[in-house]
Every structure is written in C-alpha cells, then in structure tokens.
Design a binder for this molecule. Sequence first.
Ligand code: HEM
Length: 393
Amino acid sequence: MTVQEPLSLPMTATGPFDPPDQIMAMRAGQPIARVRFENGDLGWVIARHETIRHVLTDPRFSARQELRRDAGETLPPAPPGVFIGMDPPDHTRYRHLLIGQFTVRRMKLLTSRIEEIAHEHLDRMEATGSPADLIPAYAAPIPAMTICELLGVPYDFRDEFARQATTMARADTTMEEKRQAVSGIISHLADLVRQKRSEPTDDLLGGLASEGNDLTEEELANMAFLVLGGGLGTTVDMLGLGTFALLRHPEQIPRLTDPETVDHAVEELLRYLTTVRGTIRTALEDVEVDGAQIRAGESVLVSLAVGNRDAARYADPDTLDVSRSAAGHLSFGHGIHQCLGQQLARVEMRVGFAELFRRFPDLRLAVPADDVRVRDDIFHGVDQLPVAWGAAS
Ligand code: HEM
C-alpha cells in the first residue's frame, strides 16, 4: 500500500445524497486509509464492502466506547443496559433479553398502528393545507409515535414524550435543550418502569419489566432509552431524506406505492442513502486488514455509506434504482450489533412512503432543491423539507 496523507475530518460531499468525497475516492483502489480524527488522533477508515463485513464480525474489534481515542474526550463506559457500547458477554445478555420482546405478534399489531398513525398525520397535513414542512408534520411523528406504542408510553403523555424525543434527536436544537430533553425522558422512563413493575402491561417495556430476569430499574430505563435513541432519529432521517431523494427521482415513486415492489424499493433507498454513514470500532490487539497494520488501541471508522457504494458488490452503485436488489446492504450495520429494530424500521418506511405518495401523488418540493439543507455528519438527513401539493397557490 502506498503511504499517503491521512484523510481528515470533517469531510465534504458533492451531492446531497452522496457519502463524503474523500472516502468515495478510496474506491479507486485504496480499501483502507489513515484518517486524522477531529481531536488529532490518527486512526483508520475502511471503505470496501467485504472488508467492512470482516471487521464488524471480528472479535478483535471492540464497540466499547471507553476505549475510543477518536472521541475528543475519554468517554465513560456505556451505562448499564446501553449495550450498543458493549462487547460480549454483557452485550449478548442484554441484546438477547431485548430481542425476545420483538415478537411476531407485537410487530403485526404495530404494523396496523403505524398505518393509523400515518393516516392521522396525513389527515392533519391535508386539513392544514399546502405547503408544509414534512419533517415535523410527518417524518418525525411516525417514528416517535411508533416507539411510544412499542414501549407502552401512556396516551396522556405521548405528545409530551414525542416532543422531548424529537428535541433530543433534532440537530437544530441547542445542547442545553437536548440535555433537558434527555434528562426529562430518562426520568419519565424510570417512572414508567416502576409503574410497569407493579402493574405489568402488554408492551415491550411491560414485558421486560415483568419477566423473571434480574434487570434493575436503571437497566430497564436505559434499555428503553437505547431503543428510543436507536429508533427515532435514524428513521426520521430515512423518511425525510428518502422523500427528498424520491422527489428528485419521481419516476421511481410508483414502485413505492405498489405493494408488490415496495419492499425492494425500500431496501434500495436504505442502500443508496445509508443515513447512518458509519460506525467506530477499536482494535483490541494488532490486526492486519487488507495489508494494513492496525495497532491495538487504534480507532477504525467503518464507512457503511461507501461500503454500500462498492462497485464490486452493486453494479452502477451511485445510481438510485429502486428496481434493483440491494440485498446485503450495510445500512443496518453487520455482525453482533446489527440493528435490532430493522424489521420495525422497514415497516415504518414501507407504510410511510407508500401512504404519503398515495395521498399526495403530486407531492413536490416547495423550494428549489438547492435550498434544502442536508445535514452532513455521521447521521445524514434533512431537518426541514418544505413540500407542496395540489394546485399551485
Ligand atoms: C432506518 C432506520 C434505522 C437505521 C438506519 C438503523 C441503523 C442502525 C445501525 C447502523 C446499527 C449498528 C450500529 C453499530 O454497529 O455501531 C444499529 C443498531 C441498533 N439499532 Fe438501529 N437503525 C434504525 C432503526 C432502528 C429502530 C426502529 C430501532 C428500535 C426500535 C433500532 C434499535 C437499534 C438498537 C437497539 C441497536 C443496537 C444493537 C446492538 O448493539 O446490538 N434501530 N441501528
């Protein structure tokens, strides 16, 4: 491998739907490269689909956040229950307990609730009239309400809970607003756990709280928080950026309203947009990857977004083509941390896109496409998406 200047963060992207140019350029023959993180630390970035799969299934790479050197400050170990930042065996135990709550019956019930939630918000959009900002009107409430339903947040608290959750997930709120929202949510989740311990309910949190496991109230509240944190902003970004991408490629919309083709189409949107652009692992020992020597303790930025644009895996990878098979994409990660909510996310997208374009077949951007601001960080999305329908006013 030739020695080159390390890539440095933050990076820039050319098109609104594209991964950063610097990592995209690695596709010309440099599957692994040095990267200088924002705190000055030197690590690695991986861009090749096959290599990403290897690294994410190799136990010599850790997800423990306290080992990360790229983070600017030393991070504390993940709080009890927040298993996304843990390795086996702790990760295995928590993940297993949570997975047991995503039952087929529960997912089926949720599907019809998601349809109702989508219709309610489309009715409201119609009543308020064109134009509207799609994010607060539709893309944010669907995941927020779905997660309330999944966790079993009581009805009288849902609007407040959804409001706080959205404040937490939105990029355009201040750190102080976020901090307040996070502490509000955690304290409400702790109350909820206590209630469900004494009066079990038929929902994910009720199930977890009542089962004969030895989870503490703190672990339960933190696991619920992880579900919320994992399932909210990610899905809002897919619905928001996905709608923007479809409005730029309107010829592809019919495949999202057709029940026969919508599943495939959603997979391709996931691949093409890869809204969680990457994840970080730390080498626990010296490891050789694609000819490069990664040293123990070094951080590795795994570029899920560029891995999904690998021509060795997908023909013409930079083209959005909802008729292709995007099977095997990396948008939900890979290996032991692969997204636990992916089936639910798929239902939200399937219903979300299909119902939106059925209700408003002439949906269009209400501003020039260049004026839509795309959030260009590890979570790729739009915080505002002005849309219009019906006769021009
Ligand atoms: C389109 C929407 C979503 C995307 C793109 C997405 C993406 C991801 C990715 C890339 C990971 C792996 C992170 C890593 O390896 O470091 C992950 C993990 C996770 N996701 Fe999602 N996610 C989505 C929706 C959801 C939903 C709806 C839920 C819950 C209801 C959820 C819950 C989780 C949890 C709990 C984990 C941690 C799994 C583990 O560490 O074992 N996600 N997600």
